[in-house]
Ligand binder design. Structure first.
Ligand code: GLU
Length: 503
């Protein structure tokens, strides 16, 4: 076999939103292409008109764009092998269907759905293959004239691949090694349907992979059963087959089945990259983008579902992944979809995201809540709090007291910390705070703690009561970081208000 330039493709069918497993397939193709200085093609496999869903193609393009998975050729960007949408390539496929027919490697079959149904009822485990094809209504049985007459009368037909029985077919898979099956278990697959003048997935897929000079077919494990048939088709055309690599399934977070949309609904996590609104029912499925994930985090998370770098490194940028990725290190067994780990990745990526970006996101969220705040003030809060969050949308729950004074005080803490002497001590604290000119965190801490020590007050009680008046709870970052941000006036105002309300 000759060494070929690396050319890989992502070939989704626009039958709905792109599942997260499909995103991983696209990602691995991208990493493999970039690593080898090769090309990545986006081909839309839309020959099954019954399953076509409007909006799905745009969704796929938008999702991959968001994630930074860039294509060199394909739908939306054109290229040397255009068109890349299979529904626009009918004439090309027709030519190859005819080539197989002329060579006697395929035949025309007229069996109606009813006839096939009757046959299935009559013969147990009926399969349209070498053992049955001569008892069916097809061009192997009918005369040339009869076939021509039927076609010119407008009778619908399909073209079937004539599979020779009892042959070992070997698929060389870069992840799984040699996969061997016997051709007798295959049926004479339909390659073309006159009804819509379109080829089926199998024919269009291999014709395009050949014409587009695809060197490696990297796709999900669910396509492994099709691979032997594809090998036979390459052989029938005398074409060099691409290398195959079938990626492991993504498994449910709990249990062993394949990850499904229902798992996401049941356990509360997205299985789609972007939010999807079903065009028929209007039903909304959540997406990683709308749930507040950063694209870099999703990429890093997905990269490790079915592959590992051979050590325990977990945080890897797209560029690092391009360097480190290898098909040999992809696992054969399914990868459990650990969405908690996905959150962990987002937490990590939030830490390295510029505060300015997070600030702008948080400001628009604040605006939706009707809160106007100074940019620099919000930015300081973001800097102080980002280590505690995994999503920007968690900020509000953890920082609302920076924007609105508490109007309730957490009861348990109150019982524990609000003593008889507390109001008097807090009044003294107000006097202390009033005297501070430099209200920075360090300076006010020094002065307030000095005062508590001088007076011999109970540090925990005073500080927690103080915190309750300002925050409403005993949670939050360093107390004097909070007061430095909200300022002297607001701090004193909150203490006064609490003393009054708790009297
Ligand atoms: N159209 C198939 C899909 O939707 C492509 C399978 C392949 O990559 O060969 O995944």
């Amino acid at each position: 076999m000759t060494e070929r330039k690396v050319r890989v493709r992502f070939a989704p069918s626009p039958t709905g939103p792109l599942h997260i497993g499909g995103v991983r397939t696209a990602l691995y193709n991208y990493l493999f292409a970039k690593q080898n200085g090769g090309d990545l093609i986006l081909r839309i496999e839309d020959t099954d008109s019954n399953r076509f869903v409007p909006g799905a193609e745009n969704y796929i393009i938008e999702a991959l764009n968001w994630l930074g998975i860039k294509f060199d050729e394909g739908v939306g960007m054109g290229g040397k092998y255009a068109p890349y949408r299979q529904s626009e390539r009918r004439d090309i496929y027709k030519k190859y269907v005819n080539e197989l027919l002329d060579a006697g490697k395929a035949y025309i079959a007229f069996d109606t759905p009813e006839e096939l149904e009757a046959k299935r009822a009559e013969v147990a485990n009926f399969q349209y293959d070498a053992s049955t094809r001569l008892s069916m209504r097809n061009s192997l049985v009918l005369s040339k004239d009869e076939v021509e007459k039927l076609i010119s009368d407008g009778t619908q037909y399909v073209v079937r691949f004539k599979i020779e029985p009892n042959e070992d077919i070997i698929v060389h898979d870069l992840i799984r090694g040699e996969v061997k099956i016997n051709s007798s278990i295959l049926d004479d697959k339909v390659l073309y349907k006159s009804a819509d003048e379109l080829p089926t997935y199998h024919l269009a897929n291999i014709v395009d992979d050949h014409l587009m000079e695809v060197s490696h077919v990297i796709r999900g494990e669910e396509w492994l059963p099709s691979a032997p048939l594809h090998v036979l088709l390459y052989r029938a055309f005398n074409w060099q087959a691409p290398e195959f690599a079938h990626l492991p399934l993504l498994l449910k977070p709990d249990g062993n089945g394949k990850l499904s949309k229902r798992d996401g609904d049941r356990l509360g996590f997205p299985v789609f990259p972007l939010e999807w609104v079903d065009p028929k029912t209007g039903a909304i499925s959540s997406g990683y983008r709308e749930s507040g994930y950063l694209p870099e985090a999703v990429v890093n998370f997905l990269a490790l579902l079915g592959w590992n770098p051979g050590n325990d490194q977990e945080i890897m940028s797209m560029d690092e992944l391009v360097k480190l990725f290898s098909l040999e290190r992809c696992s054969r067994s399914g990868a459990k979809f650990d969405y908690e780990k996905g959150k962990w990745f987002n937490h990590k990526y939030i830490q390295t995201t510029d505060d300015e970006i997070l600030t702008n996101q948080f400001i628009s969220e604040l605006k939706e809540k009707g809160i106007e705040a100074e940019h620099d003030y919000v930015k300081a809060i973001v800097a102080l709090m980002k280590e505690r969050i995994s999503f920007v949308k968690e900020l509000w729950g953890q920082t609302s007291y920076f924007f609105v004074a508490p109007d309730t005080y957490e009861e348990k803490a109150l019982k524990k910390r609000w003593k008889e002497e507390t109001p008097a001590q807090l009044k003294e604290l107000i006097t202390v705070l009033e005297s501070i000119d430099d209200f920075s965190s360090e300076n006010s801490e020094k002065i307030v703690l000095g005062w508590i020590a001088d007076k011999g007050y109970h540090l925990g009680n005073v500080m927690n009561a103080f915190r309750l008046t300002v925050v409403g709870d005993c949670k939050g970052p360093h107390m004097f970081d909070i007061t430095a941000l909200i300022g002297k006036e607001e701090t004193i105002c909150r203490i006064n208000k609490a003393i009054e309300r708790l009297a």
